[in-house]
Design a binder for this molecule. Structure first.
Ligand code: G3P
Length: 497
């Protein structure tokens, strides 16, 4: 009987189960959104059990509707929204607090305090990151500080911490495996990316007991098997895990040093493979683990993290009710020739790379009586492309590599206007793959390698096919003057606090 790999993609706003066949093609996709909670301005939370139920629901619909049986699944790969934190009780399996999402700013004060103690360099040197509410470490501290009795329980070894990969593997395995992979560990602000271990000094600073941390494993390995009651009576190997952006880098077949991709999801994340050596950024990027296929051996990446991309389109749809479906944004944007000088800075949760400013908030500039909804929508889409140019410029300066082609993926790449404008504003070719779900493909690939479903990287490389290339068609003067306007808008937004 034909076998498949099941990829579970647990993203910021939805969970998906995607089945891949031996050719790396998608056979079936099931998707479910789950609730988001915004208890205070700037806070973003979720419920770990609602995430878990959404995963069970997509597995069930994938298996019941695709006609593929649970016994035909050769392995499961997991990929997830990164940095997002769950803390739960080891005995009862119940979370002690809501999930604190990567976008949440509720630890801004903790971060300020750490920065005042001049700790940025220590964190940067050891983790490749910087002190910002984005990363997991201060979120764990926040939970231990704010939930009654949590710190005492954690110190007694009764609580477990995990990013979402860890939570899902723990649940799927019936509580047998408390593990994470190198990529997810590298986003926590607690993991030493050079020595490949949890860092005692950083744990001390944050007040996080080591006993609550998962074991860190390679991204491609059988961690555990599903318990039969969660997987239609089958014990299927859970065989790979990686943070979603690293999974996309792997799924885009960026196996070699210097190769990069940009994913347009809730946020927008550009990663460049820097080989077996970490590169320290001088231009506001972070250093992270790209993946580790074997114990003790990892590849590194430089990353530009943009916090708001697809979520700005969602905001136009749900918050401002400007259109019914995200894809309608393309038709609106192309009804006007330009934004007529309107710029939108989508700093809803502060700005990540290369600015790293938690306090800045979103802004619009250049409004006139003639500004229409079309200009507004176009300016929002263009903002995704300008932010990407900021990050690409930083990456080229740090790596010394001029990127002639940018590989893209994620939901918003279906927007042809956005892709053409992206190519125009970068002056580079933008390459869209045939399988847009490269994140899920990456996780499937990692699992498929671990269970021998796919032989090696060369076999995986053959799965990557380009669907369309966008060539720059804008003259240099227009490009540079548009980009100048963006720079002015960002700096004006940062000045307004
Ligand atoms: O670092 C956050 C990132 O992993 C979220 O990804 O796809 O949900 O925007 P996404």
């Amino acid at each position: 009987m034909e076998k498949y790999i099941l990829s579970l993609d647990q993203g910021t706003t939805s969970s998906r189960a995607i089945l891949f066949n031996r050719n790396g093609e998608i056979v079936y996709t099931a998707q479910q959104e789950f609730p988001q909670y915004f208890p205070h301005p700037g806070w973003v939370e979720q419920n770990a059990n609602e995430i878990w139920s959404s995963i069970l629901a997509v597995i069930a619909s994938c298996l019941s509707e695709s006609g593929v049986k649970a016994s035909q699944i050769a392995g499961i790969g997991i990929t997830n929204q990164r940095e997002t934190v769950v803390v739960w009780d080891k005995e009862t399996g119940l979370p002690v607090y809501n999930v604190i999402v990567w976008q949440s700013r509720q630890t801004a004060d903790i971060c300020e305090e750490l920065k005042k103690q001049d700790l940025n360099d220590v964190f940067r040197r050891k983790t490749g990151l910087l002190i910002d509410p984005y990363f997991s470490g201060t979120k764990v501290k926040w939970i231990l500080d704010h939930v009654e009795g949590a710190r005492e329980k954690a110190e007694r070894g009764e609580l477990l911490f995990g990013t979402i990969d860890t939570w899902l593997i723990w649940k799927l395995s019936g509580g047998k495996a408390h593990v994470t992979d190198y990529t997810n560990a590298s986003r926590t602000l607690m993991y030493n990316i050079h020595e490949l271990k949890w860092d005692e000094e950083l744990l001390d600073i944050l007040g996080v007991p080591q006993s609550m941390l998962p074991q860190v494993r390679p991204s491609s390995e059988v961690y555990a098997h599903t318990v039969d009651y969660h997987f239609f009576g089958q014990n299927v190997p859970i065989a790979g895990a990686a943070g979603d952006q690293q999974a996309a880098l792997f799924g885009q077949a960026c196996y070699d040093k210097g190769m990069a991709k940009n994913t347009y999801g809730t946020g927008c994340f550009m990663l460049m493979n820097t080989g077996d050596q970490p590169v320290e950024s001088e231009h506001g990027l972070i250093t992270t683990i790209a993946w580790g296929l074997e114990e003790g051996k990892v590849q590194y990446a430089l990353e530009g993290s943009i916090f708001v991309a697809g979520s700005a389109i969602q905001w136009l749809r749900d918050g401002l009710r400007m259109f019914k479906e995200a894809k309608d944004s393309e038709a609106y944007a192309t009804r006007v020739e330009s934004t007529d000088g309107v710029y939108m800075v989508p700093a809803f949760v502060g700005l990540g790379s290369p600015y790293w400013d938690s306090d800045v908030r979103g802004a619009m500039f250049g409004l006139t009586r003639g500004t229409t909804k079309e200009h507004f929508i176009r300016a929002t889409l263009e903002a995704l492309a300008y932010q990407t140019r900021d990050v690409l410029a930083a990456m080229e300066s740090d790596s010394g590599i001029k990127m002639k082609t940018l590989k893209v993926d994620g939901g918003a790449v279906l927007n042809n206007f956005l892709m053409q404008f992206q190519s125009d504003i970068l002056g580079s070719v933008v390459e869209r793959p045939a399988v847009h779900e490269t994140t899920a493909l990456g996780a499937a690939s990692l699992a498929g390698l671990a269970v021998g479903f796919w032989k090696d990287i060369d076999e995986l490389r053959s799965h990557m096919k380009v669907e369309r290339s966008f060539e720059p068609a804008m003259d240099e003067n227009t490009r540079e003057s548009l980009y100048d306007g963006w720079k002015k808008a960002v700096h004006a937004a940062m000045a307004f606090k």
